[in-house]
Design a protein around this ligand. Structure first.
Ligand SMILES: [Zn+2]
Ligand SMILES: [Zn+2]
Length: 215
């Protein structure tokens, strides 16, 4: 399992980064990105701390810890500039909190995230065909989410992603220890979204390629 979307106590997660990474390793994860919620108020505070702890953990442990960020509920026009700022601060994986069915995420968030060329559009809800096609062209991965609520649109995202050739990745969006998934459970989430075990393997390869490109 590779998990490119998780939260620590630097936002609304329950665990210290080291705890989360350790638990992820014990759950069978080969790489985990720490992607706390951020806007312009806290981006510069979170990213350098995640960069530091990932550097320390990677020097000692086998699991790969990756510093990232999840731009969350920000005005869509700010997604591009804040993504750039996050990268300049050392975030390697830029996630945008997409237009999930269960939160009033500002309209145009999916669109602007894709246009900005972020790495992962998380839980994009009822994303349109045009946006999926654009995501393929811009190489923005679309997320199949294991998280309650956000996962309501997984079937839609999986269907359009497969049909139009956009890259899919499967993440947990973990906020607490119980949210982390073993590889077997992650496969069940993929099957539940109407995908096959071959698609699950492809998602894993997509995550691996993303890491190779960004890290
Ligand atoms: Zn959260
Ligand atoms: Zn999240």
């Amino acid at each position: 399992m590779i998990d490119l979307h998780t939260h620590t106590l630097f936002s609304d997660g329950e665990l210290l980064p080291s705890e989360l990474v350790r638990l992820a390793e014990m759950t069978g994860c080969e790489a985990v990105a720490l992607t706390d919620h951020a806007d312009s108020s806290n981006l510069d505070w979170i990213v350098p701390r995640l960069v530091q702890v990932c550097k320390d953990l990677n020097a000692h442990w086998k699991i790969r810890a990756i510093p990232g960020i999840e731009l969350t509920h920000i005005p869509p026009a700010m997604i591009g500039p804040l993504a750039e700022k996050a990268r300049a601060l050392g975030a390697l994986v830029i996630v945008v909190h997409g237009e999930t069915l269960v939160e009033p995420v500002p309209p145009m968030t999916n669109r602007m995230a894709i246009e900005a060329g972020v790495d992962i559009l998380a839980h994009p809800g009822l994303i349109t065909v045009e946006e999926v096609v654009l995501a393929r062209e811009r190489k923005v991965a679309l997320e199949i989410s294991a998280r309650k609520g956000h996962s309501l649109a997984n079937g839609h995202v999986a269907r359009l992603g497969e049909k139009h050739g956009a890259e899919l990745v499967l993440n947990t969006d973990s906020h607490s220890p119980d949210d982390l998934l073993s590889p077997g459970k992650a496969l069940q989430v993929a099957l539940g979204a109407g995908l096959g075990s071959d698609d699950f393997e492809r998602m894993l390869q997509n995550s691996r390629r993303l890491i190779a490109r960004l890290c």
